[in-house]
Design a protein around this ligand. Structure first.
Ligand code: SF4
Ligand code: SF4
Ligand code: SF4
Length: 332
């Protein structure tokens, strides 16, 4: 998937990714989450989970991308065709079914991809691989501003989208500073409910393997990584680890302050603005720029006040409506 330049560590090319996953045990038994269960934060509540990614160690092998697809494939969209007419008509259908194996950007079928930054820093060439996915923000605008309550933040800090409630309007993508969630048309509640009136699919993104985490296992991408570049644990410990790794390499941390603080910390020996300047960014390919706290903006705070009660009511109505629609169509 990604070229490895001379001098970089070679990927385990003799193993197919599938074989590699099996060897690493991700497809079968899962490793136990190495964290302090029940760790309590300053406010007396259980601490959020955070991850640290030391990108100086990533070889760009893509095993994490494959593991994510393998483990989460059952959650990927299964759209019905032909799609209903879009409303309003100017809204474009977003269909990834023919491109479901695309792995050089985020899509509804690809919740993680490897971005490569190559350039020169301090007079020396660099090539760094950066696994990109949702950063699981502490105060996530995607969840706070979703009018239907479909995007949600769990107490453990995992931010995910409930595909049973999402109408695919894409507010989450509009307000995410990295435009992470990706839409697939022709799937979800809007088909049962009001295809001619609202919605156009479901939004998808990394859910931090929340079912595995709930069972005490590591997310698949962390467990399979041959270089062990990722760590997961209570936020305070992960932030300390990120700062230590950065200090040891005279490097930099991204994610501690971005968007008011994320639960993903990237550690790099090259400044992030230098990395960002070399990246190919755009739809599905997030940047690495500094990010102000989206929820600190007055208009977003006001909208959040409106959206929160609306989301509660809407979620109840929509779930009821879906159950009714399924009953009518004979699907229980
Ligand atoms: S994070 Fe690990 S598994 Fe993923 S590309 Fe980098 S080295 Fe490979
Ligand atoms: S990175 Fe974007 S999608 Fe992920 S939690 Fe933050 S705002 Fe939401
Ligand atoms: S945490 Fe899970 S869902 Fe998120 S990128 Fe890793 S494997 Fe995919």
């Amino acid at each position: 998937m990604h070229d490895v330049k001379d001098g970089a560590v070679a990927r385990p090319s003799t193993l197919s990714r599938r074989t590699f996953l099996k060897t690493a045990g991700v497809v079968g038994a899962a490793a136990v989450l190495p964290m302090n269960a029940g760790s309590v934060g300053a406010a007396g509540r259980p601490e959020e989970l955070a991850t640290v990614l030391d990108i100086s160690q990533c070889i760009g092998c893509g095993a994490c991308v494959e593991a994510c697809r393998e483990i989460n494939g059952h959650k990927h969209p299964k759209p019905e065709k032909p799609f209903p007419e879009m409303f309003p008509k100017r809204v474009q259908a977003e269909d990834w079914t023919e491109r479901r194996f695309t792995d050089d950007r985020l899509t509804p079928f690809n919740w993680l991809y490897i971005q490569t930054a190559a350039g020169e820093w301090n007079g020396k060439p660099f090539e760094l691989h950066i696994p990109r996915r949702c950063l699981h923000c502490q105060n996530p605008p995607c969840a706070n501003l979703c009018p239907w309550g479909a995007a949600l933040r769990q107490a453990d800090g995992i931010v995910r989208i409930n595909e049973k409630i999402c109408l695919g309007g894409g507010k989450c993508r509009d307000v995410c500073p990295w435009e992470i969630p990706q839409r697939q048309t022709g799937v979800g509640l809007y088909l049962d409910l009001m295809p001619r009136i609202a919605g156009n699919g479901v939004m998808y993104k990394c859910d931090r393997c929340y079912q595995r985490v709930a069972q005490g296992h590591e997310p698949a991408c962390i467990e399979v990584c041959p270089m062990h570049i990722q760590h997961i644990g209570p936020r305070s410990e992960m932030l300390e680890l990120a700062r230590k790794l950065a200090a040891d390499m005279d490097g930099y941390v991204y994610g501690a302050e971005e968007n008011g603080g994320a639960n993903t910390f990237y550690v790099s020996p090259v400044p992030f603005d230098v990395l960002n300047a070399t990246l190919q960014t755009g739809p599905g390919r997030p940047h690495l720029k500094p990010v102000q706290d989206v929820m600190a903006k007055a208009e977003n705070l006001t909208w959040a006040l409106v959206a929160a009660p609306l989301a509660g009511i809407a979620a109840g109505l929509l779930t009821g409506a879906r159950a009714m629609a399924q009953k009518e169509s004979g699907h229980e």
